[in-house]
Design a protein around this ligand. Structure first.
Ligand SMILES: [Fe+2]
Ligand SMILES: [Fe+2]
Length: 260
């Protein structure tokens, strides 16, 4: 079974790239399941029910989020009715939405979870280590999942690598998101868990993490109060592809970059 994970889709440009690139890729590479991080899909910040439908038509099956899960406030009341969207689980129990999603495909039962890091992500949350362990055990023992896929939405490479080793042998694959720049450390860890520190973002190639260069410079170089705007222009889709055997164990993981 082949799974594609698509890194943070940013704004209109990112959604256009998914629509343009994913259907052909899904067919030519025999992809069975697509998981997509959609925390930046609505104008760079947040998500919406309409966007989940749009990206679903393009071939995305399951959606993960991050610190911008509810930056579009409308999504707070929309998320509960969407059974293919999983939000970070190590947050207040007041957050609406799901701690995990389960999908049955190709004879395997696959659980998907999403966690936020505790360092410099801007939202205070519980330990992603404790929560990911508890959910992995629950998904395997109580929900009878063959595989558990983790989207770890975190800022620091150290916290991401640490969670990768913490879950090595427990989770099937730990995929880093949030920093939007793809890292070249995709590999299978010693006890059999697939890992990448960050699978990258999907949006404009010439941008600052998918955001417009001019407004990013105004904020970062000149310290001017400007609102971030998503960039436009030729885009790319970044992510990872990985294969599972008949027992749900990962056999390969490879990062990809697909240009429009
Ligand atoms: Fe993001
Ligand atoms: Fe983020």
């Amino acid at each position: 079974m082949r799974i594609c994970f698509i890194g943070d889709v940013v704004g209109n440009c990112g959604r256009r790239v998914v629509r343009d690139v994913l259907p052909g890729m899904r067919q030519s590479l025999d992809i069975d399941l697509v998981i997509c991080n959609a925390e930046n899909a609505a104008h760079g910040l947040g998500c919406s029910e309409k966007i989940i439908t749009e990206l679903g038509y393009a071939g995305c099956d399951i959606f993960t989020l991050g610190n911008h899960a509810f930056s579009n406030y409308d999504f707070i009341r929309q998320i509960s009715s969407l059974d293919n969207v999983v939000r970070p689980s190590n947050v207040s129990s007041e957050w609406p939405g799901r701690d995990y999603c389960i999908v049955d495909r190709c004879g395997l039962r696959i659980g998907i979870i999403n966690l936020m890091g505790q360092i410099n992500v801007g939202i205070s949350c519980d330990s992603p280590f404790d929560k990911s362990e508890a959910l992995t055990v629950l998904l395997k023992d109580k929900e009878h999942c063959d595989s558990v896929i983790v989207d770890f939405h975190a800022e620091t490479t150290s916290e991401k690598q640490a969670l990768g080793y913490f879950l090595d042998g427990m989770a099937t694959c730990v995929i880093g998101t949030h920093t939007h720049v793809q890292t070249s450390d995709d590999r299978i860890l010693p006890n059999g868990t697939g890992y990448i520190t960050d699978c990258g973002m999907t949006g404009a190639v010439d941008s600052v993490l998918g955001m417009d260069i001019e407004t990013s410079l105004a904020r970062l170089a000149y310290k001017m109060p400007r609102r971030y705007e998503p960039a436009d222009g030729p885009g790319f889709m970044n992510g990872v592809l990985f294969d599972l055997d008949g027992n749900g164990r990962i056999t390969s993981i490879k990062r990809f970059t697909e240009y429009e």
